[in-house]
Write a new protein. Structure first.
Lengths: 114, 111
């Protein structure tokens, strides 16, 4: 149980375009989901906390107008990277609290902006 | 959340027990110790968590010292598939709070 599905697993886009990443909780409801970013050989850095039905909370230094988060249902949160640039190339990972003290992570999305 | 300190890397022979230490000397009474691991280019995987008692599940055992200032994750019979970065995270409560990742320990299981 407690599976989080993240899509796509890998995406290549041109500079200036937007990319949407989906994060779904398959067998549980997640009122809160989290979005992380991980650069090569670095640890995961929290970008934002996504709350169902309300605005996301962004960490300091993360541009909310560039990384749009929508959490319209209890099982789906999306992250849209708008006007992507090569420096946005990274590994993006979502997670959700299962309500039993644990957290489940998606398999991640490798974004490459060319 | 309390800060954790882990060795940067460790090696373990295949089939032997892997013991991964974590220091969390500033842990407070309501903070849990969580362990996750991340295999290359995958999302982190939950391993185990505990408050003050030792815990065991099908993946590992968690030993927390009596003063709770340190803990050890034990993989009883390491396999090559256990090669990963292991993160020790201290977090308050059991609600939906974010996890803050440190640098973790890179465990290499050697054939």
């Amino acid at each position: 149980g407690a599976v989080v599905s993240q899509h796509p697993s890998r995406v290549i886009c041109k500079s200036g375009t937007s990319v949407k990443i989906e994060c779904r909780s398959l067998d549980f409801q997640a009122t809160t989901m989290f979005w992380y970013r991980q650069f090569p050989k670095q640890s995961l850095m929290l970008m934002a906390t996504s709350n169902e039905g309300s605005k996301a909370t962004y960490e300091q230094g993360v541009e909310k107008d560039k990384f749009l988060i929508n959490h319209a249902s209890l099982t789906l949160s999306t992250l849209t990277v708008t006007s992507a640039h090569p420096e946005d190339s990274s590994f993006y990972i979502c997670s959700a609290g299962t309500g039993r003290g644990g957290y489940t992570f998606g398999s991640g999305t490798r974004l490459t902006v060319v | 959340d309390a800060k954790t300190t882990q060795p940067t890397s460790m090696d373990c022979a295949e089939g032997r027990a892997a013991n991964l230490p974590c220091n969390h000397s500033t842990i407070s009474g309501n903070e849990y110790v969580y362990w996750y691991r991340q295999i290359h280019s995958q999302g982190p995987q939950y391993i185990i968590h505990g408050l003050k008692n030792n815990e065991t599940n099908e993946m590992a055992s968690l030993i927390i010292t009596e003063d709770r200032k340190s803990s050890t994750l034990i993989l009883p019979h390491a396999t090559l598939r256990d090669t990963a970065v292991y993160y020790c995270i201290v977090r308050a409560g059991a609600g939906s709070y974010q996890l803050t990742f440190g640098k973790g320990t890179k465990l290499s299981v050697i054939p």
